[in-house]
Each structure stands twice: as structure tokens, then as C-alpha cells.
Write a protein that binds this ligand. Structure first.
Ligand code: UT7
Length: 324
């Protein structure tokens, strides 16, 4: 019995912001960015490209591949931390745009690990109620949450959305297992303020605004160790050897994090899907965008074992195993 992915889709904003464009905004260089992160360019959403709109297009593409109509969707989960509104959720906007009148919808915030967490949640919905068809989306417009004067962060992130349609099937395919973790004690190392959460004064002074703040070196260190440990625990629990994995799709944070992780695990480069050079770190959207590209490029055959892993603010991290 399996919670099977029937279709994948993605959507990227039109505007490309290259490293050379960033050289005009902050004291940086294309060479520095590429050598430290592997990123050459990223997409930036403009008018009409809010997270829910990117999410809706990604969802339509996934539904078209799956052959699923809006009326057949029972649940929409959107992993995001950059919706254009705090209330209603991004997922409710997507439901309305799609005309998915039979669905209930909610957002899930686990920062860059949001899609992995959402996939785990969605698979449990599907396994508990085998009639359910679920849309799982990762959608971010983090360009709206960046301090464009902070060269430590503005070079890293980009916008986009990816989606999958999931449904029960009596098969060995589907989401096999996940190992998820959080450590809230480390929140300060990677965080983003929202509006003030209490009201000591009507207009509190010193509100830092909604910008990502990060201790890059610490995040780097934790990310490698945490993802390595999650992957190893998951494989041990499922009694699966790394050699049996056909494709790894990691959260596209940064090429140096990924190279370090993969060399520690001993995974061969040709078994890894990487597109961070084109899109930067799109947070919760990075895995489903990469999954859609890998799928459409024919990198996934029926029965293949797929490993995904991620790390993000919270800290949140984990790994997931799917049989395609
Ligand atoms: O989903 C997880 C999200 N977060 C991440 O993936 C971030 C993880 N961290 C990293 O990838 C790396 O720490 C960064 C790419 C952010 C930074 O690379 P680093 O090798 O750790 O650089 P650093 O922070 O140690 O800074 C080295 C130098 C500093 O100058 P000084 O103090 O040595 O003179 C920085 O001020 O590089 C400077 N620097 C820059 N120079 C040119 C920092 N950002 C830039 C920049 N361009 N954009």
C-alpha cells in the first residue's frame, strides 16, 4: 500500500537576477558567489507572481500530468513562509484559484524543510483515508523577505514553486518513510521576524522588519551534520543500503553544503540532482522544483528509490525515502 506521486509540476518567476546584477547592489562578485555557493542566478517574483500564483501554476502542471481535475482534490498543503498574507493561508488562495471546491487547505511552515514535512503529513492523510487525493506544494517568494543590503543573505535566495499530486494505490510504490527533526533552541542562527507579536506600544521602535537573518558558518556546519545523520538513521531504520538509492534530491541550499554532505555519505555525483546554480535556495520550493525537473528529464524510472533530505530555519531537518 502506498501514497504515490501521480504528477509533478513547477513554476518559476520570469525575472532572472544574475550574480552580475547583484554586484550592482552589494559589495560582492560573481566569482565569490559562485565559488562559495554554486549559484549563478536566481528568479525574482514581480507583480502577479505572488507565492499563491506560482503555487497555483505549479499545481496545475502537476494535476495535468496526473490527469486529476480540481474537483478531485480533497486536501491542499502549501509549505511556505513567504505568503503575501498571514491570513488567509496561501493554501486557501490556491484552492480558490484552482476552483478545488471539495478540498480543505492549510499552510505548513517548517522553513526550508517545509516540503519534506508536508510530504510526510500528506502521505499519512492518504494512508489513513485511501479515498483522498492530495496536492502538496512548496512555494516561496523570499525575495520579499530579504534585506537587499545584506550581502550575507541576499545572494543566496530565490523564488519559485513546485507541486506534487498524491493518491493511494495498492502498490509497493510511494512514500516509504521519513525521519524528521527540529531543534528550536537554535532558532537564532537562521530566522526571520514577522510583525511584532505583542503590543507594548502601538508602534514599537526597533522592529527589525521581515528579513532573513543568518549566521552562515554555523548554519553550514549544522546543516551538513544534521542531514548526514538523518539520512543514515533513515536508511538504517528502513534497512536500505546507500548503493540501492537511484537518485538523491537534496534541498538546494548551496553547492558546498551539498558537496560536503555527499562526500561524507559517499554518494556519487551522478546520482544527485542539482539545480541550485539556476535558482539559488528557494527554501520549501527547492525539492519539489528539482523533483519536477528530474521527473520531466526522465531521471526517475518506475520502481526507482529516491532519497530526499533538507535542512532549514528552526532548525528543522530530515530525510525521506520514496519508491517512484
Ligand atoms: O537552507 C539553509 C540556508 N542557509 C544556507 O545555506 C547558508 C549556509 N552558509 C553558507 O553557505 C556560507 O556560510 C555562506 C555562503 C553564507 C558564506 O560563506 P563563508 O565561506 O562561510 O563566508 P563567511 O561568512 O565566513 O565570510 C568570509 C568573508 C567575510 O569577510 P572577512 O570578514 O573575511 O573580511 C565576509 O564579510 O566573506 C565576506 N562575505 C562576502 N564577500 C563577498 C560575505 N558575504 C559576501 C559576499 N560577497 N556576498
Amino acid at each position: 500500500m502506498g501514497a504515490v506521486i501521480l504528477g509533478t509540476g513547477s513554476c518559476l518567476p520570469e525575472r532572472i537576477l544574475s550574480n552580475h546584477d547583484l554586484e550592482k547592489l552589494v559589495d560582492t562578485s560573481d566569482e565569490w558567489i559562485r565559488s562559495r555557493t554554486g549559484i549563478s542566478e536566481r528568479r525574482i517574483s514581480g507583480e502577479g507572481e505572488e507565492a499563491y500564483r506560482l503555487a497555483t501554476t505549479a499545481a496545475r502542471n502537476a494535476m495535468e500530468m496526473a490527469g486529476v481535475e480540481p474537483s478531485e482534490i480533497d486536501l491542499i498543503i502549501v509549505a511556505t513562509m513567504s505568503s503575501h498574507m498571514t491570513m488567509p493561508s496561501c493554501a486557501c488562495f490556491v484552492q480558490n484559484e484552482l476552483g478545488a471546491d471539495n478540498a480543505f487547505a492549510y499552510d505548513l511552515n517548517a522553513a526550508c524543510s517545509g516540503f519534506l514535512y508536508s510530504l510526510d503529513t500528506a502521505s499519512k492523510h492518504v494512508l489513513c483515508d485511501q479515498e483522498k487525493t492530495v496536492l502538496v506544494i512548496g512555494a516561496e517568494t523570499l525575495s520579499s523577505r530579504i534585506n537587499w543590503k545584506d550581502r550575507n543573505t541576499c545572494i543566496l535566495f530565490g523564488d519559485g514553486a513546485g507541486a506534487v499530486v498524491m493518491r493511494y494505490a495498492d502498490t509497493i510504490r510511494g512514500v516509504l518513510a521519513s525521519q524528521l527533526f527540529s531543534d528550536g533552541a537554535l532558532w537564532k542562527l537562521l530566522h526571520m521576524h514577522a510583525a511584532p507579536s505583542c503590543n507594548p506600544a502601538i508602534d514599537p521602535p526597533g522592529n527589525p522588519g521581515s528579513h532573513i537573518l543568518m549566521e552562515g558558518r554555523d548554519v553550514f556546519k549544522y546543516a551538513v551534520k544534521a542531514m548526514e545523520s538523518a539520512v543514515l538513521q533513515l536508511l538504517e531504520k528502513e534497512n536500505i543500503n546507500l548503493d540501492d538509492i537511484d537518485l538523491v534530491i537534496p534541498h538546494q541550499a548551496n553547492i558546498r553544503i551539498l558537496n560536503k554532505l555527499l562526500s561524507r555519505l559517499g554518494v556519487k555525483q551522478e546520482k544527485v540532482f542539482i539545480n541550485v546554480q539556476k535558482y539559488g535556495n528557494t527554501s520549501a520550493a527547492s525539492i519539489p522544483i528539482a523533483l519536477d525537473e528530474a521527473n520531466r528529464e526522465g531521471r526517475l524510472g518506475e520502481g526507482d528509490l529516491l532519497l530526499i533530505c533538507s535542512f532549514g530555519g528552526g532548525f528543522t531537518w530530515g530525510a525521506g525515502l520514496l519508491r517512484w
